[in-house]
Design a protein around this ligand. Structure first.
Ligand SMILES: NC(=O)CC[C@H](N)C(=O)O
Length: 458
């Protein structure tokens, strides 16, 4: 049994301001000297970037789709800090199936998380009461322990909301956050803008923190978090020695590429690999590496700078053509194509994948996917059905007929609706985002492949 303080920030629907409130709370607790850690439910990469910048520690995803349910609590216990904030996705009770087995509420029950609801009160006064009554009655096993009124218009609005809540509900109001342009994070395709591309991001996060410290009763929230019962799970511990000591894995990490799960990179390090960060916008050559990992992100937002860095594009193309093993996901796949087209502009990219990445106005693939590896897949242990996710506005056009794919889609879109993961030399590049877990061990699969290629080379 492990005792540590924890709570979930949930809402009634998407875009209620959860991430801004959570980021501000993480910043406020950190500024107050609390040992705060953050988690995000679901496969998202962007909200965790804000949360981890605010807390100064990695933000880990908790996801029913890619993690075995019985591994979630040990994983949480091994990453939790003295005070842990879990940010929900969408609404508290939303989930893929009608039973809500993968909902935020299910996660709150699994981890015994007291829930703090952030309610977007825009255009709402007395109507908040039936919403809360319903949320409370819908599942009495969910511990809704506090309420933060968000986007409150002014003192009169706040008074009406408080009166309605106090009259009809027993959920305590622990905060009231006024509508303010200072609390804006821009939204666009895929969700929020990333901190890496927001000007003055540190000042912005500090301002979120100051506003939350003034608007939310932090002590009350600490008490709610402390009242969580001890968690019936021991931290997961690794006992085997690292299998690939000294393997050097380059990871593209900059304003264009940033979609990485911190525990995937930690899993590489636990196997003895060394992560070598590479900036595709500014570095002009590749460091000494055995393998390359290019995650997703927003290459389309930086396509001019990526194009202008012709030396790096050339260095990556030559290295991959010479057989350097590489794994690229989504934005990484787009970078490896011949060109990216967006907003009427086309820019040259690496040119390893003989196709053109084209951005569209609507998502071309979104949600959970399932695939089976084809015989062509050079990674070992990839034979079973793999669950993962995709979210992209890009498609790949002009791929030749004889393209070799390593994934046959059973659910989801991938590259052509049926396949994902092109194989070119020792590079696998696809739209799917993988998350390493006990049942989807892509990290050992990739590292083993990198090690085999290295042995072949030397
Ligand atoms: N998931 C990603 O890496 C997204 C890539 C790109 N920004 C798109 O929307 O298509």
């Amino acid at each position: 049994m492990t005792a540590f303080s924890r709570f979930m920030i949930a809402a009634a629907h998407k875009s209620s301001g959860k991430t801004v409130v959570s980021t501000g709370l993480a910043a406020a607790f950190r500024a107050a000297g609390d040992d705060i850690g953050t988690f995000k439910k679901g496969p998202d990469y962007i909200d965790p970037m804000w949360l981890s910048m605010a807390s100064g520690t990695p933000c880990y995803s908790l996801d029913f789709n890619t993690m075995e349910t019985d591994r979630i609590a040990p994983f949480f216990a091994s990453r939790a800090r003295e005070l842990s904030l879990v940010e929900a996705n969408k609404g508290l009770y939303d989930g893929v199936c009608v039973e809500g087995t993968d909902s935020n509420a299910a996660l709150a029950k699994l981890l015994d998380l007291p829930v703090v609801l952030v309610i977007d009160t825009l255009g709402m006064t007395r109507g908040i009461a039936p919403l809360l009554v319903g949320y409370r009655a819908f599942d009495t096993e969910v511990n809704i322990a506090g309420l933060i009124l968000n986007r409150v218009g002014g003192a009169r609005h706040e008074a009406k909301l408080r009166a309605a809540v106090e009259t009809y509900s027993d959920i305590p109001v622990i905060g009231s956050v006024r509508r303010s342009a200072r609390l804006d994070i821009g939204e666009r395709h895929l969700g929020l803008t990333t901190p890496a591309e927001s000007a003055g991001v540190e000042a912005k996060i500090a301002a979120f923190g100051e506003i939350m410290a003034e608007s939310v009763d932090l002590d009350r929230l600490r008490r709610i978090a402390r009242a969580a019962p001890p968690l019936d799970a021991s931290p997961s511990k690794r006992t085997e020695p690292p299998r690939w000591p000294g393997l050097r894995i380059g990871v593209l990490r900059d304003a264009a590429f940033g979609f990485y799960y911190p525990d995937d990179l930690e899993a590489m390090e636990a196997e003895g690999a060394q992560i070598v960060p590479i900036d595709a916008l500014h570095d002009v050559s590749l460091p000494d590496i055995d393998g390359l990992f290019i995650g997703g992100g927003f290459p389309e937002m930086r396509m001019r700078e990526l194009a202008e860095n012709a030396r790096m594009r050339g260095a990556i193309r030559s290295a991959l053509q010479a057989g350097l093993p590489c794994y690229a996901e989504c934005g990484g796949l787009m970078y490896l194509c011949e060109t990216i087209t967006w907003n009427g502009e086309t820019a040259p990219m690496v040119g390893l994948v003989p196709g053109r990445a084209v951005m569209h106005r609507r998502p071309q693939g979104r949600g959970y996917v399932e695939f089976a590896a084809t015989e062509a897949c050079p990674w070992k242990g990839d034979g079973c059905t793999v669950r993962a996710h995709e979210f992209h506005y890009a498609s790949i056009e002009g791929l030749p007929e004889d393209t070799v794919f390593v994934r046959k889609m059973q659910r989801g879109t991938g590259i052509d609706g049926r396949h994902d993961g092109v194989l070119i030399h020792n590079t696998i590049a696809g739209f799917t985002h993988l998350r390493n877990s006990a049942n989807i061990p892509w990290v050992p699969g990739f590292l083993d492949f990198v090690a085999r290629c290295r042995t072949g080379r030397t």
